[in-house]
Write a protein that binds this ligand. Structure first.
Ligand code: AMP
Ligand code: MG
Length: 592
């Protein structure tokens, strides 16, 4: 559902139906009725309202990415969006909604918000209804077989009355909702959640481990700091040269040529005094003698007969000098508790001279597969069996997050065996993951066992793949019942288990990376749910991401997860992304 405090109403039609002409006739009738109207028009082409030669045009082309041009009567803001097409919601936010009663939208027919379908028989175009569930009325020159209000497309007065009625009914609903403090989501089924809601509930239900241990710096990569780190030294510790070159005193610049009285190598000092008209040859990282303050790079120097000069160099005072504490000062905070130690952090800890690092202990995660049909790879399999893919995908995913694995094998579809195994594991593991048996099949016992042993919330999440997800706890140990289909299990893991693990490990940042890409082909979804399509993205000649689907999207087609390098996320209010439109992608590198 698009959020807007002003009612939105679209006019959806194929081109050639006369949308603009109709709106042009309709607007005076609506404004006469006292409505203050905003219009959003979606233009498919590279439109420009500016004219070559105008000041605004020239300034935009000189580099203004936002150009506001104003006069006493009107103003216009032209915003350049070369990277990606702005999202519909972003466009709606551009209106000053306090000063409007209705926003009419022309175009954007693949976005979910209420619309009147316009249809003219002679155009020969198909109906949009019932493929768009947001169509609330039809205006046509012929009858449509729909249980919706039908208007005559040529009777502008009736269409105006319908719109005025719509605005009045929406305003009542909006004020009623505001009074009751409800949100649109409160009308949804309590066990049906959006991806975002489910993730928030999960993340807020799990706690970070508290125990820490000390490890050698060499083994600290991918671990999480259990304490804040403060610098105990200045980095760098002393004034040194940033270049291989010659050090001089800047106030001695008039000398023009300097006698070279020594050479300072990195790791060594200079013994002796330096007088006016003298310089030292110096290497990167070597301490600069106290009398000197400026370094000229070797490439700009001419050395002859024990003297150096810099004929073409432009020299500024103090150049090429690194000062003590320039990177970090003694006593300065460096990292906060909860910091994941990746290569820069590992290097920085080393630069501080730290050898033993206090980190949070690794998370112990137990994994089970379930199903009478599931067999261990390498074992003899029955004619109705399949090999266990999920435990092996999960192993990889958990290793990626540096968890300690408790691989508990395969459980049969036997409630008693499942009960015993989960109960026992809840005493050993920090987190339990199962796959299979959480759907509505006759042998789906996992959720029933979770329910009997502890607390369970079984959710239908508005997403595909991965609609059923059981999440709960057994004796305070969180447990996820992931779906059995291998792709659904992986996508659910990426969306829900990865952030939960990050929080349990003590990490403070776990927002997954997403980016915007241009669809190379049309992508379809179903309104009302988030679709995670396996996708392949690449960078085009303009440096933009472009993306296409891997093809057929069955949730048992694990091979497609290898072909994919991203998930394409199509939000619940969109049913079609046309070729050339923008879409969100979640790159999978480093995550799976
Ligand atoms: P379930 O939710 O248990 O009905 O499982 C849904 C589908 O996923 C069924 O076709 C199962 O055979 C399949 N499945 C369940 N567990 C696994 C597994 N560990 N590896 C591969 N496929 C599985
Ligand atoms: Mg099963």
């Amino acid at each position: 559902m698009i959020s807007s405090s002003v009612p939105l109403l679209g006019f959806a039609a194929y081109s050639g139906t006369g949308k603009t002409t109709l709106l042009e006739a309709l607007l005076p009738k609506l404004t006469q009725a006292g409505l203050r109207i905003g219009v959003l028009k979606h233009a498919h082409h590279d439109f420009d309202i500016d004219k070559p030669g105008k000041d605004s045009y020239r300034l935009r082309h000189a580099g203004a990415s936002q150009m506001l041009i104003a006069s006493r009567l009107r103003f216009a803001k032209i915003t350049e969006t070369p990277e990606s097409e702005p999202a519909f919601e972003q466009l709606i936010k551009q209106f000053n909604q306090d000063e409007l009663d209705l926003i009419l939208v022309e175009g954007c027919k693949n976005i979910a918000f209420p619309k009147i379908e316009l249809h003219r028989q002679p155009t020969g175009k198909p109906w949009l209804y019932p493929n768009d569930a947001e169509i609330i009325a039809i205006a046509s020159d012929t009858h449509c077989d729909a249980e919706l209000p039908q208007l005559n497309i040529n009777d502008i007065d009736s269409i105006a009355l319908f719109v005025i009625d719509y605005v009045q009914s929406m305003s009542k609903r909006v004020s009623k909702i505001k009074v009751e403090g409800a949100s649109c989501d409160s009308f949804a089924h309590p066990n049906t959640l959006s991806v975002e809601e489910a993730r928030q509930r999960i993340v807020s239900a799990v706690r970070a481990v508290a125990d820490s241990e000390t490890v050698d710096l060499k083994d600290a990569g991918q671990r999480i700091l259990s304490d804040n780190v403060t610098s105990t030294i200045d980095v760098p510790a002393f004034r040194n040269s940033a270049m291989d070159g010659y050090a001089i005193a800047y106030n001695d610049l008039c000398a023009g040529r300097w006698q070279i009285v020594g050479q300072v190598l990195a790791g060594h000092g200079f013994e002796g005094n330096i007088a006016a008209g003298q310089a030292v040859k110096i290497m990167t990282g070597a301490p600069i003698p106290a009398e000197l303050d400026t370094v000229i790079m070797r490439e700009e120097a001419v050395e002859q007969d024990g003297y150096v000069s810099f004929p073409n160099a432009h020299i500024s005072a103090g150049q090429n000098v690194r000062h003590p504490g320039e990177d970090l000062k003694m006593g300065q905070p460096v990292f906060a508790k909860g910091q994941l130690i990746q290569s820069p952090e590992q290097g920085m800890l080393a630069a501080l001279g730290l050898k033993r690092i206090s980190v949070l202990r690794p998370l112990k995660v137990a994994i089970f597969s379930t199903g009478d049909e599931v067999f261990e790879p390498g074992s003899k399999i029955s004619t109705s069996g399949l090999y266990d893919a999920n435990r092996y995908s999960l192993r990889g995913l958990l290793q990626q997050q540096r968890c300690e694995l408790l691989d508990m094998g395969i459980l049969p579809d036997d409630p008693e065996k499942i009960r015993q195994a989960l109960e026992e594991m809840s005493g050993h593991a920090d987190l339990i993951l199962t796959s299979g048996g959480v759907s509505v099949g006759d042998a789906d016992y996992v959720k029933q066992v979770m329910q009997s042993l502890g607390h369970i919330e079984l959710w239908k999440i508005n997403m595909r793949p991965g609609r059923p997800l059981a999440f709960g706890s057994i004796h305070q140990t969180p447990i996820f019942g992931l779906p059995g289909n291998p792709v659904a299990a992986m996508v659910s893991f990426i969306q829900f288990v990865q952030p939960a693990i990050a929080k349990m490990q003590g990490q403070t940042h776990w927002q997954p990376m997403s980016a915007v890409a241009v669809a190379e082909v049309e992508l379809r979804s179903k309104q009302g749910r988030t679709e995670f399509t396996r996708g392949i993205y690449q960078v085009n000649d303009h440096g933009q991401f472009t993306v296409k689907s891997t093809g057929h999207q069955g949730s048992a087609l694990l091979h497609s997860m290898s072909q994919a390098n991203c998930l394409i996320e199509i939000g619940p209010h969109i049913d079609t992304i046309k070729a050339g439109e923008s879409v969100t992608i979640i790159p999978l590198q480093g995550r799976i």
